[in-house]
Design a protein around this ligand. Structure first.
Ligand SMILES: *[C@@H]1O[C@H](CO)[C@@H](O)[C@H](O)[C@H]1NC(C)=O
Ligand SMILES: *[C@@H]1O[C@H](CO)[C@@H](O)[C@H](O)[C@H]1NC(C)=O
Ligand SMILES: *[C@@H]1O[C@H](CO)[C@@H](O)[C@H](O)[C@H]1NC(C)=O
Length: 256
């Protein structure tokens, strides 16, 4: 058979498709190039005053492997999202890097992340190399969104200390596993089943003024960015009628 330009065209289309397929198959490992630095803290953990409103939880959760995000903060939607972050200098950096959870907002010199000192050090191959890495201050990294994992934990509601029973309820959502975002929250009366859509106050903190009375179910909308996949998660446990500022309540549910 003569080698026509049509054959050549078909061949190049096939090669192109094969190459795209190979690329797509690798796309669960598609890292985004960026930069990261760290903030010095006496104890190497995060801060108790992070923009997400997680309080002390935001400093120590995930073994203190926490981070500020700049654009990835997404007006608070990004609070609680987890990222695998690895630095790219093969003299210092380990292959896996570190998995951090976003608990604060901030940006530095073209950075997407400002890590806790502990998380920044974790990207190095050894403790000695961590010291060298830290001396660089800002490093090139690559990152990808990954699932958060909190073995043995359910999604937990922390009633913010700023709350005032019974007229003002503010709470943060702790220990959200998986890779989805919480994009809406409803507060439902468990007797009448009437629900009220809440406002995101800041970060991971949702508020209601005044909240409905009685035991309350906090429902959360989980989104992967495709509206058709949006799912309301209904807790097993309710917030008791006489909820307390500062208290934590286990939802009895977890997601993946
Ligand atoms: C892409 O996947 C192939 C086959 O699974 C693997 O051999 C290759 O190392 C991967 N490339 C990258 C850049 O991860
Ligand atoms: C939505 O759900 C379908 C079915 O589970 C899945 O294949 C698809 O990847 C999801 N969309 C996104 C954006 O994750
Ligand atoms: C999580 O929820 C399950 C089912 O509701 C419950 O059995 C379990 O005790 C909860 N875990 C914690 C740590 O409270």
């Amino acid at each position: 058979m003569a080698f026509s330009s049509q054959n050549l065209l078909n061949l190049s289309i096939s090669l192109f498709l094969l190459a795209s397929l190979a690329k797509a198959q690798n796309c669960s490992d598609c890292f985004i190039q960026s930069r990261a630095s760290y903030y010095p803290n006496s104890d190497e953990y995060g801060t108790n005053h992070g923009a997400c409103g997680f309080g002390a939880f935001g400093a120590t959760v995930n073994d203190g492997h926490v981070s500020t995000a700049s654009d990835l903060y997404r007006d608070g939607v990004g609070c609680g999202a987890c990222y695998q972050v690895r630095c790219t200098n093969s003299n210092y950096c380990s292959d896996n890097g570190v998995t951090v959870v976003v608990t604060d907002q901030g940006s530095g010199d073209n950075t997407d992340f400002i890590l806790s000192e502990r998380a920044f050090s974790k990207m190095a191959q050894t403790e000695d190399l961590a010291a060298s890495l830290k001396s660089l201050g800002v490093v090139n990294i690559e990152y990808q969104r990954v699932s958060c994992n909190y073995p043995g934990k359910n999604i937990t509601f922390k009633i913010d200390e700023s709350s005032s029973y019974p007229s003002y309820l503010a709470f943060a959502i702790y220990y959200q596993q998986g890779q989805k975002d919480i994009t809406a929250v409803q507060l439902c009366e468990t007797q009448s089943f009437t629900c009220k859509l809440l406002q995101r106050d800041h970060g991971a903190v949702w508020t209601s003024t005044p909240p409905p009375s009685g035991p309350l179910a906090i429902r959360m909308l989980f989104s992967d960015g495709d509206e058709a996949n949006d799912t309301w998660i209904v807790p097993v446990n309710n917030i008791p009628q006489d909820w307390n500022p500062g208290a934590t309540y286990d939802s009895g549910v977890q997601v993946n």
